[in-house]
Design a protein around this ligand. Sequence first.
Ligand code: ADP
Ligand code: ZN
Length: 730
Amino acid sequence: MDAGYFDEGELVGVLTTQPLDRVLDYRAPEGGCQLGAFVEVPLGPRKVLGVIWGPGKGDWDISKVRQVIRVLDTAPMRDELRAFLEKAGDYTLTPMSAMLRLATRAPGLGDPPSMRKVYRLGHAEPERMTDARCRVLEALKEYGGLSFTLKELAEMAGVTTSVVKGLAKLGAVAEEDSPRDLPFPRLDPDLGSKELTGDQAVAADTLRAGVASGSYGTVLLKGVTGSGKTEVYLEAVAECLRRGRQALVLLPEIALTAEFLTRVQARFGAQPAEWHSGVTMTERRRVWKMIGQGGAQLVVGARSALFLPFRDLGLVVVDEEHDTSYKQEEGVLYNARDMAVLRASLCGARVVLASATPSLESWANADAGKYDKVELTSRYGPAVMPEMRSLDMRSERLPSDRWISSALQSAVNARIERGEQALLFINRRGYAPVTICRACGHQIGCDHCDARMVEHRFLKRLVCHQCGETKPMPEICPSCEAEGRLAAVGPGVERLTEEAVKLFPEARVATLSSDMFGSARALKAEIEGIAQGSADIIIGTQLVAKGHNFPLLTLVGVIDADLGLQGSDLRAAERTFQLMRQVAGRAGRAEKSGVALLQTYQPEHPVIRAILSGDEEGFWKAEAGERRHACVPPYGRMAGIILSSSDVQEAFDLGNALARQDAPLRRIGAQVFGPAPAPIARVRGRHRVRLLVKADRGTPLQPALRQWVGQFRLKGDMRLSVDIDPQSFY
Ligand code: ADP
Ligand code: ZN
């Protein structure tokens, strides 16, 4: 008998996407079913989606076991993906149903293929030929027998869709139905490869050899911005394609996809599959299917792409691996970088972690020899790393509504005169972070969260950055009802734009902040415009720190280099170091050399000094030393427990009970801290209480956590979530 096959009537265990934390017994359907098959099963009065997870346990009243309704027309889930979901669920303490939901986020699973209209050259000649009609027919002739969708064809010919429809009516263009779920065009690994520099060639050889080995391994690809990391890892992708395996490239930000797709097109002659929140439902369904069937060789996506049903995944690239957006902070709490390593280890794939400023975790893993490391030390071509200097703000006597120092102002003026670009960086969205009543001192906060409302003049509203709630700016103070006394305090990116427009009246100023663009497309257009010189001064938030290439940019001014150093977050130093190095790296990416100026009130702060000197190894060693001393990740194990409830007392009561009944943790030598109000003590009307668990490195933390938390039943609307390796430590 085939071990992976169940005959009709045999007991099978089915995992469903319903929030029940167990695999349920069913009888195999007529015709039997395969291990991993996607099925529809009855659950109470409903039909739900499930996967054949293994043989049935038979621990259920046999007469009540129901039969699987049908097997869906989709390739069964592979052993490797099932193992990945189980291990990832174990690691993050997530119920399996929630893990399965991550892996089945494709609409219309199992539906018959949907059809769409496509157009190709017809036989009839139109009697009346117009210029527009002629362009359509020319475009089709140029591409031989190929067919296109209405939109594609109209765009190609530069006509309205009605022209194409008119031609279809006359028979000059043939209209036909074609399945939507077409494979992606083949990528040619040998098409647009570049001649690599010495460093790059060495790095590419290492990556290629890794992929060729067909076994698991992780490489840290470290290189300053502009050194050619992308160029190098595309060589690893090429090798993966040559071997007929699939590759996945993760990017931290959708805004970076467009630029990356253009490069893939140039390198491999066609576009890869995309997977992120900006992809339409129909396209997602196609991508999901094609990945399973091998009709997609390369996927570019967000962290959720890690849960796709790859047929044979051979390479995962995590670009900008240090980026905090790889940490999923809602629902299932996982770090995509760690999950990439886990999945790759299960399917014999290579992982490439690329960054100019790696996370301390990856640095430590490379340092300890767990990861290989390859390094590109200089920028490609004539570009050199920018010179970095601090501007001591203590000697500047700026009025309280000004943030650009005179030194920065003259540096910007010098660029404008030379026809170069300057970037002013501030990591704060909106107009001003605080709105305060000058009569009573009241600060406007969110009604649902323990957070301030941030004024956004562009949106003409106050916005809560926690929950997204907005409200109009009040005319009178909500606390003392004084009129006209509300004042903006502190700078945001919009307010900085206002200052720049005043200081540099002749300059063209462009603001890049995620709020200001309705769509990824609008943002992309703006970024392309800027790259071609449509602005003299760019004012931007974190959005500009990531990967974009502005060849005319020669000056970066950081408005507040100290911003990230405040507070008690142990990762603050690492974050600030990475962000400042990244932002500075935007300057001088072409022939002209660049300068980065950091405005700071504490130029002697060790982190600021490390940023300026560029002594990365020194910085990492010092940082590693502190973490080792504090016994925190990556030198110790940590988990955050968040209890949230509409009732603050109940949350604290449960927190105290957890802290008292900590025997399962004490047994492994782990310690509990708290309960205490969470860093954000109220979100969307729910109170949040936090406990922290710390243990030595190498301690099996998860089983103990599961036992500990499992002692309690959650009552009312109480929710408990476990965050393994939380991003902030306090
Ligand atoms: P990174 O990913 O490290 O920021 P990129 O791969 O984007 O660097 O390279 C920076 C720029 O230099 C890109 O425009 C890239 O095409 C170009 N470049 C890098 N290496 C080469 C090479 N060997 N030949 C031609 N162009 C290169
Ligand atoms: Zn809020």
